[in-house]
Design a protein around this ligand. Sequence first.
Ligand code: UD1
Length: 418
Amino acid sequence: MDKIVIDGGRRLAGRVRAGGAKNAALPLLFATLLTDKPCTLRNVPSVADIRTTRRLLERLGGSVDEPEANTLVLDCAGVDTQEAPYDLVRTMRASFLTLGPLLARFGRARVSQPGGCAIGSRPVDIHLAGLARMGAQIENVAGYTEARCKRLKGAYIILEMPSVGATENLLMAATLAEGGTRIENAAREPEITDLADALTAMGARIEGAGSSVIEIEGVDELGGYDHPVIADRIEVGTFLIAAAITLGDVTVEGARADHLGVFLEALSAAGALVEEVPGGIRCVNDARAKAVDIITAPYPGFPTDLQAQFMALMCLADGVSEVAETIFENRFMHVDELIRMGASIRLRGGHADVTGKVSLTGAPVMATDLRASVCLVLAGLAARSRTEILRVYHLDRGYQQIEEKLSALGADIRREKA
Ligand code: UD1
């Protein structure tokens, strides 16, 4: 198994290009199950979760080609089974997004329930309640969700909370339902808008994506799409923090400031100079960060997927910052690892009080989930000595060539066999 080795203390400077968003690409890949026409997805990040999705689509009978780097051509005309098996779903919860499209196109689906997850309990009840409203008969049998319906019917659905995955599953399902569907309290993340754009290109009739109310008028069939994935706002945020934490000067090309509003405000409040420049966002920092309180919230609030990275910055800030996590109950797995690097953090329920230190020291640490692992990379970049991060496969689920990109900015980081 690989490990990442970082000799910290180098200032990062230069330009780096953000890849396509994993969290946008995944639903876009599953959307190809809605049609028997080929779809071309561009700007696809080369990360482990995308490879898992490819395997899953192929297992269902679809075909996936990669005519050039970061472009996939998908053809789900040959899908001949509607079962998403446990061995693939368990490694990636987003596989549950097969349910809506399979049910909508074939009238049946059998999808493994995702099971537990390091960052807390992640039920799928909101997905299922919405599909039931659309007329699906749903049973849980031996760890699988089995759903059937002759044809889904449009429905009025109020989500109990603005779940990203549930909004995506229901949006995809509703495109082929009979009649109109209205989803209230829908998630508003940019990834939802990107999905709706591609579905619209396929012939779906959707209004309101990006707002809390999405209306979909079902159609009888959908065509293909040719669609580029939006830039990964979480990767962008991670590189901007890398600049701030190393007192550097980094421009992230392809970054969109309108996808990162509250986060950019927090980074500015921490003392970094953050500015939109032609083609991207630049972050310059020349002094120790100031303590800033953050509270994660559904979009457009502070993204939970940047909470761990921001906490790494706060570990070195001047003052005490309060980091409140409201989306996932157990998303503080990085705290004990940061403490091993000399951070001072006190946990109380869904809050962490972070008392900034003047420096962190390198240490062997363990990645526990995707965003926690990159938070340790950031801490390692700023730490005084060597940091070794084990269980790098978490990092590889969502970050493409992170060592290469950080090295090009001046970091001393490499991958070694553990
Ligand atoms: C997506 C993102 C993930 C991000 C999260 C929140 C992908 C592939 N993953 O995950 O990176 O951290 O949004 O921005 O896009 N919930 C329920 N019942 C449900 C569904 C969700 O109670 O049926 C709860 C979850 O337990 C969680 C909260 O709702 O506490 C938010 O989850 P959700 O928005 O669904 O996140 P995901 O779509 O799984």
